[in-house]
Design a protein around this ligand. Sequence first.
Ligand code: ATP
Length: 415
Amino acid sequence: MHSESDSNSGTTWAPRPPPAEILERLEEYFPEDDVDEPVMDAPSGDPSPAETTADDTPKPAAEEHAPRKKSIRVVAAERHRTNPDSGAGLAALRKRNTKLWVDRLEAAPTYSQAGLERPLPSTSAASPAIARPVFRWVRGELIGRGSYGKVYLGLNANTGEMMAVKQVEMPQTSDDKNDPRTITIVETLKHESETLKDLDHPNIVQYLGFEETPQFMSIFLEYVPGGSIASCLRKHGRFDEDVTMSFTSQILSGLEYLHSQGILHRNLKGENILLETSGTCRISDFAIAQRTDDIDSADAHATMQGTVFWMAPEVIDAKKGYNAKIDIWSVGCVVSEMWTGQRPWSGMEAMAVLLHVYKTKQGPPIPDDINLSPLAKDFRQKCFAIQPDERPTAAKLRLHPYLELPPDWEFTGFK
Ligand SMILES: Nc1ncnc2c1ncn2[C@@H]1O[C@H](COP(=O)(O)OP(=O)(O)OP(=O)(O)O)[C@@H](O)[C@H]1O
């Protein structure tokens, strides 16, 4: 088994293994299943899901009744050959194809190889009437752990696509079923699924599906191999300015989209921004995201939610409510992380920060040895304006001259 630290044996800077490496050592990353056992139906001429269109043309009888069996390794290798992981454009295309494939299965569910397949109930808990879609998947090694669940590597055995599977255990005993913490954990994952399921943007982690079995509730997400901004800062130290500018623009682009959908993220921090090896940022962790009818007006029922070091003053003093501008403050904190290589308010305990921000309404300081340009200082000031209304929207902040990069700039990894 691989730990987070030893799984980076490839040539990439990314702390998680890239799909090509996983493919090479599939049996190590998916130890719970026999990846070489021929199990997947593979009628001759079956197109890869990425090429699949709604083709109802009847097949010759001989072809229809002569299924071959393929192993998961073969399916995954075929997928990787036709669609190697490379860049946001392809990734976006791949995401839509995966969704299509699930829809297609929904229309014609097949239940065959026991043990390998796990039936998916409706992608929406609120619409139980929909036929249960199926895709067969296998669970691999643990790649992350959060306060609400565990995240595993997963493989869609129908398409060969790598996934991240965020799972929580379903309560089994009557004590568990009445335990408020267990109930919260399950409800939180359902809430995250509901929030993510309709989102589609290159800077938001792509949702692929939802499953509930008697043992587990799971959501399927696109596998993002680069780790988080926070883990890359821990590994490589503070980023070069152009990388910080690029990542900030992308975070703001994802946030502009989220706000346009009436969603407040409420927990933006370096740990929750995942990276593709191409340098594409994906906002993740929608556990406490909130839908609102009007992102500009302060919600009277707002509660103190989020992670203290990234929290805006009006979240700490939530009596008057807050609006989407709390996410802009948090963006300022994430940019501080990238400038300094440290979490905001480094060296201070949560309670002290809470009191300090409540009293002073100031953003986290930048150490003296870090010289910010006048444009960077202006950007920072705008994020940490005390009055939420004086903070720019994500759409406006994205146009700040601090973020201007040469048009031919490309991410080439961390030094
Ligand atoms: N799509 C993904 N691809 C790769 N790794 C992922 C993916 N989603 C999550 N992870 C990993 O799993 C970890 C935990 O995920 P996540 O933050 O979503 O869980 P959580 O329980 O909501 O955490 P939190 O305590 O921050 O609320 C992440 O830090 C990341 O390392």
